[in-house]
Write a protein that binds this ligand. Structure first.
Ligand SMILES: [Zn+2]
Length: 316
């Protein structure tokens, strides 16, 4: 998982020759001046521009990209290329291609909208595994977007070890947008009874129960795998959200035997009020018509945050 802030500070330090600690101090001063109304990342961008650093002319590492950035230049490897899709919007027909671009620091979902760029894909001048140079792109909803003002071309640069694990952007709950991969720091304020269901071991689709046992539409008679689903409510101090977690996440949060009601209730008591980082995908819940987080990963707060918390407590 990424730590945009510390990487951004390192980048500013490298470009300005100023020590990272000093930049961090300036960022905090800037935030204090603005009464904490902006994020650390936002304040860091202001400090960078005050130091005369212009990211527009520099190549960025993918882990350094932040929501809202424009005129982004990167070099990365196409690790996944999705088929060309046709769309029609406001009576206009168009094409779009999605791909995942990776470098040694992170990866990002990227969308190409320009017909010339899509032509490069259709003619296989750019294909999966190729390294490409992207210029003048922008970050929209945690994705990199290339319009007709942007550029993409094959690069001769070699990138060996690319980061293939999913990248998440830090977001407050109130800023959740459906479809985004986000990470949020929040407290567990509610945890509902787990629900259980069975899936096909081949395709992970929900198993169908009948008189003869379990079957899958695609794979016929199967020995299903039992899976658990846990619904939580997360709160970041300003807003809250529903979140759901499947078996892998439930194990990561420390509940080893979810089916054991006694263990579940004991663990639930321990976990209520705990503050963690939750990473995953934001989806629209069609029943409640609200956003919810599909938790894919979770992480303890790092030491820096714990100290920060202690300091606030002591001061308060
Ligand atoms: Zn199946």
């Amino acid at each position: 998982m990424i730590q945009n802030y510390s990487q951004l500070i390192e980048r500013i330090s490298k470009s300005s020759g100023m020590a990272a600690e000093e930049i961090d101090r300036r960022v905090e001063a800037k935030r204090a001046k603005l009464s904490g109304l902006i994020s650390k990342e936002g304040a860091a961008q202001i400090v960078a521009s005050e130091l005369g650093i212009n990211f527009e002319k520099e190549k960025m590492k993918i882990s350094e990209l932040l929501p809202g950035m424009k005129r982004v230049n990167i070099i990365g490897k196409v690790i996944k290329l999705f088929p060309v899709r046709n769309f029609s919007k406001n009576g206009r027909e168009g094409k779009v291609v999605s791909m995942i671009i990776a470098d040694e620091t992170a990866n990002i979902r990227t969308a190409l909208w320009d017909t010339n760029h899509i032509q490069l894909i259709e003619s296989k001048k750019i294909k999966e595994g190729d390294v490409v140079e992207i210029s003048n792109a922008s970050i929209r909803n945690t994705e990199l977007h290339l319009t007709n003002f942007s550029g993409i071309k094959p690069s001769l640069e070699r990138i060996e070890d690319v980061k293939t694990e999913k990248m998440y952007f830090d977001r407050k709950i109130s800023d959740f947008v459906s479809g985004e991969n986000i990470r949020t720091r929040a407290v567990i304020v509610q945890m509902f009874e787990p629900r259980f269901f069975e899936i096909c071991p081949e395709c992970n689709k929900k198993a169908i129960k009948d008189a003869e046992g379990s079957r899958c539409e695609a794979h016929g008679k199967i020995m299903p795998i039992k899976r658990a689903l846990l619904t939580l409510v997360l709160d970041d101090g300003n807003s809250n959200t529903r979140a759901v977690m499947f078996s892998e996440g439930i194990e990561k949060i420390g509940i080893k035997e979810i089916e054991n009601t006694e263990e579940f209730l004991k663990k639930k008591e321990e976990l209520m009020g705990d503050e963690l980082y939750f990473a995953g995908n934001v989806r629209q819940n069609k029943v409640f018509n609200t956003n919810e987080l599909i938790i894919e990963d979770l992480q303890q707060l790092d030491v820096e945050h714990l100290i920060e918390q202690l300091e606030t407590k002591t001061k308060g």
